[in-house]
Design a protein around this ligand. Sequence first.
Ligand SMILES: Cc1ncc(COP(=O)(O)O)c(C=O)c1O
Length: 385
Amino acid sequence: MKVSKKIINLETESAFAILAKATKLISEGKDIINLGIGQPDFPTPSNIQEAAIKAIKDGHHGYTPSNGILPLREAVSEKINQDYKVNVNPDQILITPGGKPTIFYSCLILGGEENEIIYPDPGFPIYRSMINFSGARGIPLKLAEEDNFEINIEKLEQLITNKTSLIIINNPNNPTGSFMNEFKIEKLVKMLEKYPEVFVLSDEIYSKIIFEDEKMPSLLSYEILKERLIVLEGWSKTFCMTGWRLGWSVWPKKLYEHANKLCVNDHSCPNSISQYAGIEALKGPKEEVEKIKKEFQKRKEFIYFELNQLNNMTCFKPGGAFYAFPNVSKSGLNGQRFSDIALEEKGVALVPGKSFGETAENFIRLSYANSMENLEEAIYRLSFI
Ligand SMILES: Cc1ncc(COP(=O)(O)O)c(C=O)c1O
C-alpha cells in the first residue's frame, strides 16, 4: 500500500481521543466527569436555534457560495467593524465549517518546504500538525510558566529568519488560558512591524471569553498588519455552536482567492442552515451569551482557588478561554501519568500537557466548561492523586 508520507505525518488532537474514551467508559456505566474536551456545556441560545429551524422551513437546503452567503459576511463585517473600530469589507471574510479550516488553509498557502512557521508551544495541537503536513519547518515558540504563558517578544524575534513565512498567535490561549492585554499586544505589533514579509495568523476564537473587564486587543486594530494578517474567529465557543461547524476568518486581499479555492476543493460551501443561524447569533439579542460569560468567570475563580488548595498541583491564574493549566510536578507524576490515573481510577477526564507541546510535560489541561457541581466533585476526586 502506497500511503502518502504527508498522511503518515499528520497528528491528531488528543482531546478527541479522550472524549471517545470517556464516552465509551460512560456507556459502560462508569461515572466520568469530562473536563477533557473544550466546548461550552450550555445549549446554543434559543434565538439561534429558532433561526436554524426557520432556515430549514424556508427551504435553505442548497449549496451556497463557497465563501458563505453575503448577508452573513455582511453581518460579520458589521460586527467586527463595530467591536474593533476597523473597516473590514465582506469581501475579505470567508465563512468555513468551524475555525479549523483557517489553520489548514493558512499553512497550505504559506507553508511548503522552503518556509518556516513559528507556532506557540504549548499550543493548539492542530498548528503543528498542519505545519508539518504543509511541508514547512515548524518552529516552536516556547511559552513559559514564569512568563504567565504569554509571548516573550524578545524570544519570538530571535526565531524569525529570512525563511519565516508565518507566525501563529493565539490570544486568549488554548491550552493555558493566558491572555495578553492591549499593552502587550502593542509591543508585539511594534516588533512585527520590523518584518514586513512575515504573515501573521491571529487565532482569536476565544476573543469573547475574557475576564476582569479586559478588552480584547484584536490584531485587526493594527492597520500596519492589514496586508499580511489572517484572523481566525467563529461561532463555536462564543455561541455554544461547536457542532454546528461555523467559523469566519479575515484575509488579506492577496490571499483571499487562494483560500476560497481551497474551500471549493475541500467542502464546496459551509452548512447552509448554520449560516442563517449565524446571522441571528451576530445580530440577535445577547443576553444568554452574557449570562454564559458571567458563569465562566465564576467558575474560573472557583477553579483557580480550589486547584491551588490541592497539595498535588499549582495553577496560574487564567485570563481567558475556559481552561486551567495546572503544573502537577508536586504530585511526583508527569501530566500523562496524572491524567491516566485521573481517568482510570478517579473518573475525571483531563488532557495531558504533552498533547500541546514538548515543554508541557508536567502540566494537565482542565476545561471548566462544566457545571459547578461537577467541578466541585472533580476537584474532590483529584485531591486523592
Ligand atoms: C485555539 C483554537 N483554535 C481553533 C479551534 C477550532 O475551532 P472550531 O471548533 O470552530 O473548528 C479551537 C477549538 O478547540 C481552538 O481551541
